[in-house]
Design a protein. Structure first.
Length: 747
């Protein structure tokens, strides 16, 4: 018996032509489209082979009804997958025959399939080798300037804070098409010859946690290069032309070598197995499927619903990717798979490499600890275990003794508070160890996810001057760091990824100042490598400071891992500190109300001064100097190269990294090293007599012992500082000086 209201509706039988016994029927839906073909809404579903339509639809004569697969989101539908009927023309026919017949080539495409693609994105730096013949690539080379090196191998790190745009490429070939291997080879060789160049990336400095006891190479730094090349580079730079290098399309070169050596049948199979070669013999189209964010380790996964298009059974589907990264409040594209001819099938893992972009700041630490904890993770990009800590062994309970109370650390060693301690053998000169901190320090904390369940909602960071014993200086009071801190997060708007900021503080809570909301990973899709606080060390005097970290609940009560005092609340967590003695695999438990770290800051630059020039040891401070003498006459210089320790206490060794002095002959002549060293010369006092450099003979400098040989010279002194902000050595604290003179060999 028909239900009330159903008698006026149009009920149609839906017949699937070509349905085989045991074959599963797709879920079919009727959609309403406007006169332009835009999908508006779902109006009916096929239930047990019948479709029931509202008679009011018959009045929409200019609109379209379309049968297609059932989807959750209308955006998943493609109009060319729908079997369409214009209502004004088709409705009278349906009323007459009461049936809709669907050809197999239509309905067989309607079951939806979930397809997932995945990969990773890495920022790579070239390890340079000379440009040599490449026999492993069949002798194929890229035309490139002979003075620019070729990246033989690479060092790669994951990229974060990026979004991967996923594109589908469909290449269709008639079944009778047989690839013309000779034509493909010709096109490949043409492509390799005109491969688009990329901006040449200079090799980066070693990350702070990779700096070891390796002294600098003696001689001028940077090392001198051919003056003609240098002049060309400077000229290009002045016109906005950056030095370029060609990125070798090795996969295309390998394809050429393979196709040239294969029999015809194997070569055809080779082409069909490689998506990046399909467009040489097929017609291809592409569409953007969507976007997905990169994980903290640079990996990505993207899933979508697709249709198995039977009536295009001679088509092949592949995927390529574009990667953009959020930099300085804008999106910057750092990888384009279509431009690089990098295509992948759905079951291929896409290992994407780029010379652009910024690598991840570092994954969350893998700390072997069972309880919830809080720790200082990074200063800039330097892990806190590279900060010289303060360890006096064990207390009576067996805990590592690194703090003695809430406000003090254990008695620090001589280099306490510096960065990058030396190895077991101790520090020697010209090593980038025992670095003072300077300029802006960005702090990154780590909050164990279990801290949220304990009620931890806010953190606070403060600084206070410290004495040599690890205690606050008498009469000093903490200064709370109250810089506005905002974190960026990814949000999906209409299927596209956008970046929004969210302020963390400072917040006045419970009568406290300088409190910041803890951004737990589960709270948002935060960008990676963001920092929790910044300290401009230039606002304080040079010296040692204690940096304290505190945790608070939502009401502003301080949470402590030890016994509660006053308004403090005891919770089952610990403060942890990495120990530099044993590296990142060992932590120390701190059970006080604050987690303290000692920092030795210094913002004094080094000093470089050429005081005089000396012929055969006789000093002269004249402005213009013309030296003459026999070939064994010597040149030396009086100079000063040091780092002052005034107002900062005596360091274990100078904060000068090293100095180097060298000469340069004439306009396009060579360079020669005079002296390189790592100790203060003469000292840190301007009242002391200048140091005297090593000597060079006139014959060494002029390159001949011929009487009458003469030329002009420049002598250069460059002094390098050790200072760091955790992300780089502070080049702005280096200093240099220069002097000019002339030499002539006489009898």
């Amino acid at each position: 018996m028909e239900e009330k209201g159903e008698t006026n509706k149009l009920i149609l039988d839906v017949e699937l032509h070509g349905l085989k016994p045991g074959e599963e029927k797709p879920k079919i839906v009727m959609y309403l489209l406007d006169a332009t073909g835009t999908i508006q809404e779902k109006v009916a579903c096929v239930v047990e082979g019948k479709l029931t339509l509202d008679p009011a639809l018959a009045e929409e004569r200019q609109k379209i009804l379309a049968l297609g697969p059932e989807v959750k989101d209308l955006k998943e539908l493609r109009r060319d997958m729908l079997l369409q009927f214009r209502i004004g023309e088709q409705w009278p026919i349906w009323e007459s025959i009461k049936v809709i017949e669907i050809p197999r080539d239509w309905w067989f495409d309607w079951p939806l399939f979930k397809t997932c693609v995945s990969g990773r994105v890495r920022r790579c730096w070239p390890i340079f080798k000379p440009l040599l013949p490449r026999p492993e690539l069949g002798g194929i080379q890229i035309p490139i300037h002979p003075t620019i090196p070729f990246p033989w191998s690479q060092r790669c790190s994951p990229i974060c804070n990026g979004v991967v745009e996923v594109y589908e490429r469909e290449c269709c070939c008639p079944p009778w098409i047989i690839p013309d291997i000779s034509d493909i080879l010709r096109k490949l060789k043409e492509l390799v010859e005109v491969w688009p160049p990329h901006v040449f990336p200079p090799p980066p400095p070693p990350p702070p946690d990779k700096i070891g006891p390796i002294g600098p190479r003696p001689g001028p730094d940077p090392s001198p290069i051919d003056r003609t090349v240098l002049r060309s580079l400077k000229r290009n730079e002045s016109f906005g032309i950056k030095p370029l290098i060609a990125e070798m399309p090795e996969h295309l070169s390998q394809d050429i070598k393979a196709l040239e050596t294969m029999p015809q049948a194997e070569a055809i199979k080779y082409v069909w197995e490689r998506p990046h070669l399909w467009h040489f013999c097929c017609t291809c189209s592409e569409r953007k499927l969507g976007e997905t964010t990169l994980g903290p380790d640079g990996h990505f996964t993207f899933c979508y619903t697709r249709f198995p298009r039977l009536f295009r059974r001679h088509c092949r589907r592949s995927y390529f990717y574009k990667v953009k990264q959020w930099q300085e409040n804008q999106w910057v594209y750092i990888y384009d798979g279509s431009a690089s001819h990098q295509y992948f099938t759905a079951d291929q893992f896409a290992d994407l490499k780029t010379w652009k972009g910024r690598a991840c700041a570092g994954d969350d630490p893998d700390v072997p600890y069972e309880r919830p904890f809080v720790m200082l993770q990074d200063i800039g990009s330097t892990h806190s275990w590279r900060l010289v800590s303060h360890w006096l062994g064990k207390d009576v309970a067996g805990n590592d003794l690194t703090q003695i109370d809430d406000n003090s650390v254990a008695m620090p060693p001589a280099n306490g508070g510096l960065a990058n301690p030396p190895g077991p053998g101790g520090a020697t000169l010209m090593q980038l160890v025992n670095q003072p901190w300077g300029e802006m320090l960005w702090f990154r904390l780590y909050f164990h996810p279990g801290m949220k369940a304990l009620g931890a909602r806010y953190y606070r960071i403060s600084i206070v001057p410290a004495g040599p014993n690890g205690n606050p200086t008498p009469g000093s009071t903490p200064t709370y760091l109250t810089n506005p801190i905002s974190w960026l997060k990814f949000v999906y708007v209409g299927g596209q990824v956008q970046v929004l900021g969210e302020g963390l503080g400072p917040n006045p809570v419970g009568g406290n100042v300088g409190l910041y909301r803890i951004p737990y990973r589960e709270d948002a899709l935060w960008l990676e490598g963001q920092h929790h606080q910044v300290w401009d060390t230039r606002l304080q005097a040079n010296g040692k400071y204690l940096l304290a970290i505190e945790i608070f609940d939502a009401a502003g009560n301080r949470l402590t891992p030890g016994v509660a005092n006053g308004t403090d609340i005891h919770k089952d967590f610990d403060y942890l500190r990495w120990l530099e003695e044993t590296g990142p695999d060992s932590v120390s438990r701190v059970t006080f109300a604050k987690l303290q770290h000692l920092f030795w800051i210094n913002n004094l630059p080094v000093y470089a001064d050429i005081v005089d020039l000396r012929k055969d040891g006789v000093a002269s401070g004249d402005e213009c100097q013309f030296m003459t003498g026999p070939e064994d006459s010597t040149l030396s210089a009086g100079f000063r190269a040091f780092h002052s320790t005034l107002n900062s206490g005596a360091p274990p060794e100078t904060f000068m990294y090293y100095y180097t002095m060298w000469w340069h002959r004439g306009l396009n002549g060579p360079n020669g090293t005079i002296e390189t060293g790592g100790a203060n010369r003469p000292s840190n006092s301007l009242a002391d007599p200048p140091a005297v450099s090593a000597t060079q003979t006139f014959a060494q400098m002029l390159g001949t012992n011929t009487v009458g040989a003469k030329c002009t010279f420049a002598v250069n002194l460059r002094v390098y500082a050790k200072h760091t902000n955790g992300s780089r050595r502070l080049l702005e604290y280096d200093r240099e000086d220069q002097a000019a003179f002339a030499l002539e060999i006489t009898s």
